[in-house]
Design a binder for this molecule. Structure first.
Ligand SMILES: NC(=O)c1ccc[n+]([C@@H]2O[C@H](COP(=O)([O-])OP(=O)(O)OC[C@H]3O[C@@H](n4cnc5c(N)ncnc54)[C@H](O)[C@@H]3O)[C@@H](O)[C@H]2O)c1
Length: 315
């Protein structure tokens, strides 16, 4: 097993620490603020019990996984011997550039340096580095210890070896990497999510549907299949002759509606008042925190169910 460095130990850093320690790695967490690392350890200790109860620790005890996570006081201590460095500092280009400079000059020569950035292109904060060939983005969905997909995004100068090492490292840790061929704004998942949200806002803003009806369409409709297969496999199975047959039969429907979808809708515009009022009625703002806890429990139950079903029915 390897050593992994977590640089920046807020929401995402602490969540990656769980995932990598569960995979058997020794994890060293560092943050410029010691209150962040202290908070992270408490958070991790709390979550590990729930994961053990849902059989999501690969058969290990919560204590055994926690034992592999160390909080360190200096950046250099975190980097010493690490083969994978996961950077999770704030979404700010100047901060990323500076932190990457520090990491690149102190990390072991063979180490891969990955950023969790949600939207910054890796070429924007690694161009100046001597070791830029070993830098890339590994973008998770929160929390990565429950949601396996992680976007792997190369800069133009990221080496093929770095990409392959990272892909293998993630798979071995139980993740499902999507490896992009080259960088693009929004990577893959935010582009897909953005397309869906844009249409959801348009349907509400133009007065065709309620917020709840849009949610039902996904929650009790499309997402049932999407929770275990993607849109391409979905259409491959949705026409007797497979994906080409689907396109022959149904592209016409979509060709008719796409021109209507080209007009941008302002998410903060008139539709927002409707969206907010409807959401507020269903979930008073003071109950948001409680509902987030409910969401995390449901996610854990879903992860446990998917794991069991993968074994029973195959992936
Ligand atoms: N929160 C999410 O859902 C989510 C999902 C995917 C990716 N991300 C990305 O992960 C990264 C971290 O986001 P987060 O939500 O964990 O933020 P956060 O604010 O919870 O954590 C950031 C941490 O970085 C520390 N920090 C600030 N400057 C630093 C520096 N120079 N050196 C070391 N540590 C420093 C802060 O003390 C803080 O603990 C961002 O790039 C974000 O876009 C976030």
């Amino acid at each position: 097993m390897a050593r992994v460095a977590i640089i920046g130990s807020g929401f995402i850093g602490r969540a990656w620490a769980i995932s990598f320690a569960r995979a058997g790695h020794d994890v060293a967490m560092w943050d410029q603020s010691s209150s962040a690392t202290d908070g992270a350890r408490d958070y991790i200790a709390g979550v590990l019990g729930d994961l053990a109860a849902n059989d999501l620790l690969r058969g290990q005890s919560a204590a055994a996984v926690l034992d592999r996570i160390a909080v360190v006081a200096e950046l250099g201590q975190a980097l010493a011997g690490a083969v994978h460095v996961q950077e999770n500092t704030p979404e700010n280009l100047e901060v990323k550039r500076e932190v990457f400079s520090l990491i690149d000059s102190a990390a072991d020569p063979q180490a891969v340096i990955a950023s969790s950035t949600s939207a910054l292109l890796p070429s924007k904060f690694t161009d100046h580095l001597k070791g830029r060939h070993r830098c890339l983005v590994v973008h998770p969905i929160n929390p990565p210890y429950l949601i396996p997909a992680a976007e792997v995004v190369p800069a133009p100068w990221t080496s093929a070896e770095t990409l392959e090492t990272t892909r293998a490292f993630l798979i071995e840790a139980g993740h499902a990497p999507l490896v992009m061929k080259r960088e693009l704004d929004g990577f893959i998942m935010n582009r897909l999510q953005g397309a869906l949200l844009e249409e959801a806002f348009r349907l509400v803003a133009d007065g065709y549907a309620s917020v709840e009806d849009v949610d039902i369409g996904i929650r009790d409709g499309l997402a049932l299949r999407w929770s275990f297969m993607g849109p391409f496999e979905t259409i491959d199975l949705n026409a007797p002759g497979g994906v080409r047959d689907y396109v022959d039969r149904y592209q016409g429907i979509y060709s008719n509606i796409f021109p209507q979808m080209l007009r941008r809708v302002d998410w903060a515009g008139e539709g927002m008042a409707t969206v907010e009022a409807e959401r507020n009625k269903r979930l008073p703002r003071e109950n948001l925190g409680e509902r987030q806890v409910w969401r995390d429990r449901r996610l854990m139950a879903l992860a446990a169910h998917k794991k069991k079903s993968d074994q029973e029915f195959g992936q």
